[in-house]
Write a protein that binds this ligand. Structure first.
Ligand SMILES: [Zn+2]
Length: 389
């Protein structure tokens, strides 16, 4: 390549970069005027005018009926075109897959749930099912494939986020599954994958109960126990993207034997199967909902179990808060979704078990997006895949 060609290529890269930057500024600060974009990007009014024209020609940006206030000529505010681009969020859990289509304004325009047990199928079959459902969703909404930025997936387990590989998922029965590549092959869309709780806290941070709060912890309690953290606005990953394996933190070294071979792991006290086992020592209940019903009916044995569960969660929150000093702790998962009363019990415990230093400033809240957080977080991840406006 000669120098002329190299210079030309560099200019193309800069042009593309500037265009992405302008689109990002519009997305984040919409509605916004051309002058405000110019100020935010430190680019000239002429450049902004040209780039905005290109973006609107591509159907990504539109003028609104709003104008800027203040002195001088009124300037028309710009917004993004919701139908200009779409992304797909996928939430794979033990017995179901949830798929959501998110538009460019980051609203879920379509949700589809399919019953599927990944453990009983080959991963290829799971990928094929996702591909088929995605195809159907796009067809139903009349969305052109060219407008889809890509697919984001949240899945339980240890995930190689950069390599797109599910290293180990006990929930899905998968080991070393190159899920990103498989989904690319099955759908033709670029795919990014991450651990479900990391995607979930991203969803809450971008759209939900902790929107914009950049020191947050999410604790998930249900059939499994886990946590994820946002620190300074970034997902905290740890050395091998495994930060947050809360279920195997030790609560009592002489306690119950855990599936991991150690004694007294947190999950042996508060996960669904542990609550069921505890309840069945008193009553032969069929499922966890019967325990919740009994607690609601003020039956002493059931209230005692829920009380103890909230104490253990309170202690766990204290440990996390002493280590990371977050502003907010989100409680999510099946337990709080099916027995919302637990939140108040946990808050009550926190008033005594949280170290005084942090007690007043810490907020313990329920997940706002609940069942939608993972598809929304995954959709947001996928939207970042498409760097070329
Ligand atoms: Zn364990």
């Amino acid at each position: 390549m000669d120098i002329k060609q190299m210079v030309k290529q560099d200019q193309e890269v800069i042009k593309l970069h500037n265009k992405q930057l302008v689109l990002e500024v519009i997305r984040k600060h919409r509605p916004i005027s051309r002058a405000e974009i110019s100020k935010a990007t430190k680019m000239s009014a002429t450049s902004i005018g040209r780039i905005v024209n290109e973006l609107s020609g591509e159907g990504l940006v539109k003028e609104t009926s709003l104008t800027s206030t203040g002195v001088g000529r009124k300037a028309i505010k710009l917004d993004i075109e919701p139908g200009g681009r779409y992304s797909i969020g996928v939430d794979i859990q033990k017995k179901r897959i949830l798929i959501g289509v998110m538009d460019f304004s980051e609203k879920l325009v379509l949700k589809e749930q399919v019953v599927h047990t990944a453990e009983e199928a080959a991963p290829e079959a799971t990928a094929a099912l996702i591909a088929q459902t995605v195809r159907q969703c796009l067809e139903d909404r009349g969305i052109e494939r060219s407008k889809v930025a890509g697919i984001g997936v949240g899945t339980p387990g240890v995930i190689d986020h950069a390599g797109g590989i599910v290293l180990l998922s006990a929930t899905l029965g998968w080991r070393n599954i190159p899920l990103s590549a498989m989904l690319f092959e099955a759908t033709g869309f670029n795919t990014v994958i991450d651990n479900d709780l990391k995607v979930k806290i991203l969803g809450e941070y971008l759209f939900g109960s902790t929107k914009g709060l950049d020191k947050t912890v999410l604790i998930n309690v249900g059939t499994g126990i886990g946590a994820s953290l946002i620190i300074n606005g970034e997902i905290f990953r740890g050395g091998s993207n495994s930060a947050g394996e809360l279920g195997h933190t030790t609560l009592d070294p002489n306690g119950n034997l855990c599936s991991c071979g150690k004694r007294g792991c947190l999950q042996t006290y508060i996960e669904e199967s542990a609550l069921l086992a505890e309840a069945r020592r008193i009553k032969p209940i069929e499922d966890i909902m019967q325990l919740f019903e009994a607690a609601r009916a003020q039956e002493t044995w059931a209230m005692e179990i829920m009380h103890r569960t909230s104490l253990y969660i309170g202690i766990t929150i204290n440990n996390i808060v002493c280590l990371y000093n977050p502003d907010t702790v989100i409680i999510s998962g099946d337990l709080v979704e099916n027995y919302g009363e637990i939140l108040e019990l946990i808050q009550e415990q926190c008033r005594t078990v949280i170290w005084e230093q942090f007690r007043d400033s810490l907020k313990v809240i329920a997940s706002e997006l609940a069942g939608q957080a993972i598809v929304m977080g995954a959709g947001a991840l996928a939207l970042q895949l498409d760097k070329q406006p």
